[in-house]
Design a protein around this ligand. Sequence first.
Ligand code: NAD
Ligand code: WQD
Length: 442
Amino acid sequence: FRAEIKSFPVCLVTGGAGYIGSHTVLELLNAGVAVVVIDNLCNSHMESLCRVHYIARTESQRLQQSGNVPPIFFHQADIRSAKSMNQVFEFWQSETIHVERAAFPVSIGEVSANKAYPMLDYVLNPAKRAQQSPQAKDSPTWGRITAVIHFAALKAVGESITKPLEYYENNVAALVVLLKTMKAHAVNVLIFSSSAVVYGVGHEAGITEETVQVAGKGSGGGLLTNPYGRSKWMSEEIINDYCVAEPSFHAISLRYFNPTGSHPSGLIGEDPKGTPNNIVPVILQAYQRRRSRVHVFGFNYDTSDGTGVRDYIHVSDLAMGHLAALRKATKQPDPVPEGEELDGQDPISNYNVYNLGTGRGYSVLEIIKAFSNAAGTAIPFTVGEARAGDLGTVTASPDKAASDLDWRAEFDLQDMCRDVFNWAAANPTGYETLRRLSTMSG
Ligand code: NAD
Ligand code: WQD
């Protein structure tokens, strides 16, 4: 479906420099879509986007295509700021941009921000448009933003308990800013990063999208135990309400299960700032001797070996899930007005929700074993008390995404382990590694 996606000239990606965002930007470029990224870099590096563009060029050359891939336009901006958001949308909706002039001509290894990204200034400062060269005037052009993929958010469950207002401001208030800006500029397609966290506790294996969510603090059913989870639940409700009010607006929320892995090139990957809490970055740290061992949380769950079971999904599969969702949301006809017949078909909703998972669960011990096998060395661990709020088994039913979006995960656990180590071997300190090396080489 890459070819079909190509009809969308420009896609805006909030949080595009981050872990899942950068992998998705890469697939958009591979599909021929130009990308505008808004990111405040609070949990990411612009280096990720330089590498994304490099990978896309290399892949294009390898496939014996031209090597000319669409550009990435980067705006370092905060999605909480209505003013900044409006500026970005105004810039993009007001006129077409000369691609060669505004492209992101960065190769990996080129370091100094000013030297390596000479065109960035141009994109950030529209006034410089006046200085376009004669060649640039003849260059191809891109049109307006037609869709938004919204990744930007804070995502640490534990931190959300101590900083709830930051989470509601970045995850919920900023979503309202985004929707208002989209409305003002007539952009009508949104793909939203949601999470399995919205199912709360009380649901376990093979969770379907119809699983009831209960956002409050009461008992029974699904409970959302932390502000992060509630922020994602609230976001989905807001998007749903907006879709009801605006029938021409099409939105899809994608509920990711446990994303891991990295692009097989090893050039981009997960680079969490601060101390990681998720199991795969923790395993990696134990492998790198940056922590003594993995503490396995809980051994008494009702699972094959007593440890927690999760549905791990390769981030490149996740990225392709966004392209599938984009295709679906942009192809969707407007809903039939209430009371009108639809020739026996189901009514078409302009808001849909899909799980992105594999449907296959692995226990913590199975994950540690798989990573140990891939590393060729035993990763040390101890088994201890369960973590508060954790469940025994959390796996997706991926069937709705398969039938509606024609999407299924393709990578397996071995691929995830291989790619995590590829990334870590080349970038032992994440995106800082190459930057430091290159700075030293001048
Ligand atoms: P990430 O932190 O790597 O990416 C988020 C990006 O958003 C970062 O680049 C960050 O700098 C940016 N950002 C945050 N607040 C911003 C703001 N106010 N203005 C502009 N940019 C801002 O996280 P990720 O793992 O790539 O997650 C992406 C999305 O997927 C998030 O919405 C997250 O909640 C959701 N999600 C992640 C997981 C996971 O395990 N990684 C699981 C389910 C859902
Ligand atoms: C996986 C398994 C732990 C760390 C979280 C969020 C969820 C989503 C993905 C954003 C569990 C065990 C973990 C460790 C361990 N993110 N574990 N030792 O909790 O399934 O989901 O990340 O939306 O919202 O809640 O992922 O990687 O933390 O844990 O034993 O040091 O590993 O108990 O069984 P989780 P995780």
